[in-house]
Design a protein around this ligand. Structure first.
Ligand code: GN1
Ligand code: MG
Length: 359
């Protein structure tokens, strides 16, 4: 994307002053993100990945409704809604997104003085991250309007396994025979994971509004490592709140990288688990049901299994979903997620003991 094109796009948004500068930001797997500088302020400009989000207008509508609800809560609590909640910037025509050819763009306020962290390197960061997601969920506990399902079956393992079965049958990249062992990792846990999802289907685990991508870098902190704001609301939908817990544990507690080639580095750090869980429960325990408590630890295994499946499925499909840097990148990610899953399975009794202690 040339700079001239980017300027043209930025000019469609109702910023406070003319655009002076645009720079690329971060390395999400899905969207392309830029910082737009005007004479007065900074903004975030994002190209939403239309391949992954088939209905960007519905997604933006979800985000607008959720942020309006959160802002009202923050205002009522005497906080600052412009720093504690994402603020969407409409286009000059008043729309939530700008559509140019195949591409959809959206903008939001840049929160000055905010920092992100990729790794939960201190107990405090893990605790505060847990508290941030717990608070996010607690503030949305009384949001009752239905939200659009912007990615079908996102954390629904029945749906994922149906996609998986199709992928195996098609074997589009001709890679199936080379990953028999890895396929076995998925198949051997299929029934156990489906049994968990059945609890959601039967209503034993309630549906709530959830973030669905709760990695640490989706939280903005201030300079004292206090949580300012939860960002990346693209996947805000209805699901079980346990998915948000599980996905955070998957990303916070990993002692290695998501694409580590050295599996001896990959494991679940049980102390990070303890701190995140303590922070999360400090905000959430009052609104949790008995079944949610019972299945909290398992949700980490569930989401890590799902992520293993998603990486391997993308490898089998010929790498059409996640951005890759080299041909076997998705396979390397599969191995690293599986190592993390195995580590969680070994430490599962300890995870449950920690939760029981904290309750
Ligand atoms: C994707 O692009 P990013 O980092 O926000 C993915 C998550 C995965 C994650 C794995 C919409 O998130 O579900 O857990 O990569 N988001 C989508 O790193 O598929
Ligand atoms: Mg995301």
């Amino acid at each position: 994307m040339s700079n001239i094109q980017l300027y043209d796009i930025a000019q469609q948004f109702a910023f406070d002053a003319p655009v002076c500068d645009i720079t690329a930001l971060g390395q999400g797997f899905i969207n392309d993100t830029y910082i737009v500088q005007t004479a007065m302020s900074r903004y975030i400009l994002q190209r939403k990945n239309h391949n992954i989000f088939p209905d960007v207008p519905a997604m933006m509508d979800n985000i607008a409704r959720v942020t309006a609800h959160l802002k009202a809560k923050v205002r009522a609590a005497g906080g600052n809604p412009e720093r504690e909640v994402l603020t969407l910037i409409p286009t000059t025509e008043g729309a939530l997104y700008y559509c140019e050819g195949e591409n959809y763009w959206a903008a939001s306020l840049y929160i000055e003085g905010s920092v992100t962290h990729d790794v939960a390197s201190t107990p405090r960061l893990a605790y505060m991250g847990g508290r941030g997601i717990g608070r996010f969920q607690a503030m949305l506990a009384d949001f009752t309007e239905p939200l659009a399902e912007t990615i079908k079956g996102f954390h629904n393992i029945r749906w994922r396994l149906a996609q998986w079965d199709r992928t195996l049958a098609e074997d589009r990249a001709g890679r199936k025979d080379s990953v028999a062992k890895e396929i076995g990792w998925i198949e051997s846990r299929r029934e156990r994971m489906l049994a968990f999802w059945e609890l959601v289907e039967r209503g034993v685990l309630p549906m709530r509004i959830t973030h669905n991508d709760t990695k640490l870098s989706n939280i903005l902190f201030d300079g004292n490592d206090d949580v300012l704001c939860v960002i990346d609301l693209d996947t805000v939908m209805s699901s079980t709140s346990l998915n948000d817990f599980g996905d955070a544990i998957r990303s916070y507690t990993n002692t290695g990288a998501e694409d580590d080639t050295d599996l001896s580095r990959v494991s679940m750090n049980i102390e990070t688990f303890r701190h995140y869980t303590a922070g999360y429960l400090s905000e959430r325990s009052a609104t949790m049901t008995a079944s949610e408590r019972e299945w909290l630890a398992f949700s980490a295994l569930y989401i890590t299994y799902e992520q293993t499946l998603r990486f391997l499925m993308d490898y089998l499909d010929g790498d059409t979903y996640y951005k890759i840097s080299y041909p076997t990148h998705n396979l390397v990610r599969t191995h690293a997620q599986h190592a993390l899953l195995t580590s969680m399975e070994h430490q599962y009794p300890e995870m449950q003991a920690i939760i029981n202690d904290l309750m």
